[in-house]
Every structure is written in structure tokens, then in C-alpha cells.
Design a protein around this ligand. Sequence first.
Ligand code: CA
Length: 245
Amino acid sequence: MATAVVHYAAAAISDRGCKRPSNEDAFGFSVEHGVYAVCDGMGGAAAGEIASSLAVAEVMQFLTHRDGSNPLPVDAEAAVAAANQAIFSRAQSSQKLSGMGTTLVALLAEERRAWVLNVGDSRGYRLRNSRLEQITVDHSLVEEQMRMGRMSRMEALRSPLRNVITRALGTQSCVMPDVFEIDAESGDLFLLCTDGLTRELSDSLIESLLRLDVPLEELCTRLVTAANQAGGHDNITCLLVRAAA
Ligand code: CA
């Protein structure tokens, strides 16, 4: 029988990686409010950094100041809409920021219920009973091609179009996140991460690292170190959330 979750603990690291001049990823979390978010920004100059940090700031601001009158997933969708609007209008205000956007993957946890919201190709996973499962579905061109049977996983990994995402925050006036309602059990370990991690490390390698019985901070360090050892071609961000009884 599943044990009730009474509390969560979290840790996160964002790393520039080995090749990129700056870090356009961002993360934020509040264990108290059950809100965890990871963003991967894109756009010229410093625009990507602005988009991802704006998204995290908006989502955190919105979801740590709830009055409790709406269910969490309703407020979460409103938070995504507010973040989208904030980036979109900021992008309109300056030529240099035009077209900037960001991915967003967020976990919202309330006792044994949790929701994962996703826009773009950052990912949410859950490790349960030592098995890793991907919760989110990438909003990317290669993922869509694979789902239509037009591309194999191997071709997708090598495709020159693998960076093309089909949904982003801030590039349109409206955006719809995917919302996955899940349950949380004591012992579950959630991972939110950017593609700088998942491009470098296979799911089976991530799974084997997450099985290690070490503190969350140490797990984050090991994931980032492994991604850097595999090349560190992109910024790497991982946020881990453990549910415990
Ligand atoms: Ca990235």
C-alpha cells in the first residue's frame, strides 16, 4: 500500500556547460508552496536569459501568492498565461528582444496530488521504485515526426532540426501548456530538467544516477557533472524533488 506523502524536499543546479558563453536556463522553487519550475530561454544576445528568468519570476510570484479560492491547477494555468504575456509584451517593447521565448516545465505538488505543466522541450520525469518514467511530451518537431512514424528515435537524435520546438512561452500572444495530473507517493523522486541534460545523457543513465542513495544536492551535482563529461554542449539545469512520508 502506498504511504501518504507528508513532505517534499528539493535541490537544484543550473550550469553553463562547457561550450556556451552564458547560461540561458533558469529555475525557481518554493517547497512551502509546492511550486517548482525550470525554464530554457532562447533568443539573441541576452534575450534568452531575460525570457527564462521572467518566466520563472512570474510563475513563482503568481503561485506563491495564491488566495486559495481556485484549485492549484487552475491557478497554475493562469500563472503560465501571465508569464507568457509578460515575456510577449517585453519582447514587443524592444527590437533586440523581439522573438525571445522560453520553455517551461513546472511541478505543482499538494500532498499526494501533483501536476506537471509543460511548454517546449524541457522535461519532467518521475523515478518510482527505481524506474524512471518521462511524464512530459516534448513540443518539438522531431518528437512530432516520431509520433507520426516519419522518423526513428535514432534519426531524431541526429536530426539537424532537433532544436526546433513547436511551442514556447512568450513567442505568441497565447499559449496552452500540457497539464499532466499525477499522484505522488512517498519515495517518489521528480526530476525537472532542460535539454542540456537529456541530450547528453540517456534515460537509462539518468535512471542509474537517480537510484544512488545520496543527498539531493549531491544527485544534482552528479547529473551535471555527467552531462559536462559527455560534452556539456548546452546549459544544464536539473531540479530534483523528493516526496517522503
Ligand atoms: Ca537548452
